[in-house]
Design a protein around this ligand. Structure first.
Ligand SMILES: *Cc1c(COP(=O)(O)O)cnc(C)c1O
Length: 350
C-alpha cells in the first residue's frame, strides 16, 4: 500500500502533533512530458504537465484538505466549513466523510460547475447557495468559523498550505532539480503561495534550485494584474473566478521574489489551450489550462524566452469536473443508421 502523502513528507511538513491521518491516497500525481505542445509553443524547451486532476476528488485541493481535515479531526472538531467555487467543496466533503465529520459548503449562487457540486453532494456535504459572490461566501464562513465550533478549511487555513506544498517536492524529486519555470492558475492564491514555500524549503535543504513562477489569472478576474479588487469577476474558468484573493499579497511577493510575474489570459486563450492539451491526451477543466495559456502568450509576445529551459505547467483539475463547458461547444452527434455500409461511409469522410 502507498504511504499517505503527509506521512511520506512528515519531516518537511509543519503540522500540530495532534493531526490525524485522514487520507485517500492524494498526491503522487504524474509529471507528463508534453513534447508536441512544447513544439507548438515554439520549441527548444522541455515542457511537463503536473497533472493534479488525478487526485482522489479530481483537483489539487486534496493535498491541502488531508492536512486541514486531519488537523481538525485531531482536535475533536465535528464539522468543517468552506466557501468554494467547487473543487474545495468536493474535497472538503470527501475528507470530512473519510474522517466521519460533517461538512458545510457555501457556494456562490449559480456559478459553480455541476460536476463539482455533484461531488460535494455525493460525499454527503450540506451545500448552501449564498445569494452573493465567492468573496461574500468566504467572508461569511470566516465569521461563522469564529463563532461556532466548525473548522474553516479554506486556504486561509495554514495547514492547507502545508499539504499543498508537497507538489513542489514531488516535482523536484522527479526532475532531480527544480524546473526553471513553473506556470499555474491563480485564484485565491493559496496554491502559488504553497508552491513557493515548498520550493524554497527544498532548496534550503538540498540546493535544488528555484523556479521563476508565472501565475496566471483569467482576464475577467485579474485583481492581482489590475492591482485592485474586481467586484464582479467573470470568466469561464470558474475555479479562478475570484475578485479578492485571500493570499493576493503573498502571491505577488512569491512571483516577484522568484523572478516571475502574474499575468492574465483571456477566456478564448484559456479554452484554446484546454483544446490543445486535450489534443495531446490531457483533458483539464478551463482554469487548469490558464497557466499554459498565460505562458503561451508571454512566449508569443517575446516577453519570455524559454530556450533550453525546463518548464512545468500545473494542471490543477480534471476536465470531467466541468463537462458542460465542452458539451456546450459541440453540436449533437449526427445520427447514423445502424448499418455497416453507413458506418464505413462515415469513416471514409473527413
Ligand atoms: C482552487 C483552484 C485553482 C486556484 O487555486 P488558488 O489556490 O485558489 O489560487 C485553480 N484551478 C483549480 C482547478 C482549482 O480548483
Amino acid at each position: 500500500m502507498k504511504t499517505p502523502l503527509l506521512e511520506r513528507y512528515r519531516a518537511l511538513i509543519d503540522l500540530p502533533a495532534h493531526t490525524r491521518t485522514i487520507s485517500l491516497h492524494e498526491g503522487d500525481t504524474p509529471l507528463i512530458p508534453m513534447p508536441r505542445l512544447a513544439q507548438q509553443l515554439g520549441g527548444g524547451f522541455e515542457l511537463y504537465v503536473k497533472y493534479e486532476g488525478l487526485n482522489p476528488t479530481g483537483s489539487f485541493k486534496d493535498r491541502g484538505m488531508t492536512a486541514a481535515v486531519g488537523e481538525a479531526a485531531g482536535r475533536g472538531v465535528q464539522a468543517v466549513i468552506c466557501a468554494s467555487t467547487g473543487n474545495t467543496a468536493a474535497s472538503a466533503a470527501a475528507y470530512a466523510a473519510r474522517a466521519g465529520m460533517r461538512a458545510f459548503v457555501l457556494i456562490p449562487q449559480g456559478k459553480v460547475a455541476a460536476g463539482k457540486l455533484a461531488g460535494a453532494v455525493a460525499y454527503g456535504a450540506r451545500v448552501l447557495q449564498i445569494e452573493g459572490s465567492f468573496d461574500d461566501a468566504l467572508s461569511l464562513v470566516v465569521e461563522a468559523s469564529q463563532r461556532t465550533p466548525v473548522a474553516l478549511v479554506n486556504s486561509l487555513n495554514p495547514h492547507r498550505l502545508q499539504g499543498q506544498k508537497t507538489a513542489a517536492f514531488e516535482i523536484i524529486e522527479e526532475l532531480g532539480r527544480a524546473p526553471d519555470w513553473l506556470c499555474l492558475p491563480v485564484g485565491n492564491a493559496g496554491n502559488i503561495t504553497s508552491y513557493w514555500m515548498g520550493f524554497q524549503q527544498y532548496h534550503a535543504l538540498h540546493g535544488s534550485g528555484l523556479p521563476a513562477l508565472l501565475g496566471v489569472q483569467a482576464a475577467g478576474a485579474a485583481p492581482l494584474v489590475l492591482a485592485r479588487a474586481v467586484e464582479q469577476p467573470e470568466t469561464v474558468a470558474t475555479a479562478i473566478r475570484i475578485g479578492k484573493p485571500a493570499r493576493g499579497e503573498q502571491a505577488l511577493a512569491a512571483a516577484q521574489e522568484s523572478g516571475g510575474s502574474i499575468v492574465a489570459a483571456s477566456d478564448e486563450a484559456i479554452l484554446a489551450m484546454q483544446r490543445q492539451l486535450a489534443a495531446e491526451g490531457i483533458w483539464v477543466e478551463p482554469a487548469s489550462a490558464a497557466g499554459l495559456a498565460g505562458l503561451a502568450a508571454e512566449v508569443a509576445a517575446r516577453r519570455l524566452d524559454l530556450g533550453g529551459k525546463t518548464v512545468v505547467a500545473v494542471c490543477t483539475g480534471h476536465g470531467l469536473k466541468d463537462a458542460e463547458i465542452v458539451a456546450s461547444q459541440f453540436t449533437a452527434p449526427r445520427p447514423v443508421a445502424a448499418k455497416l455500409a453507413d458506418l464505413v461511409r462515415e469513416l471514409e469522410t473527413e
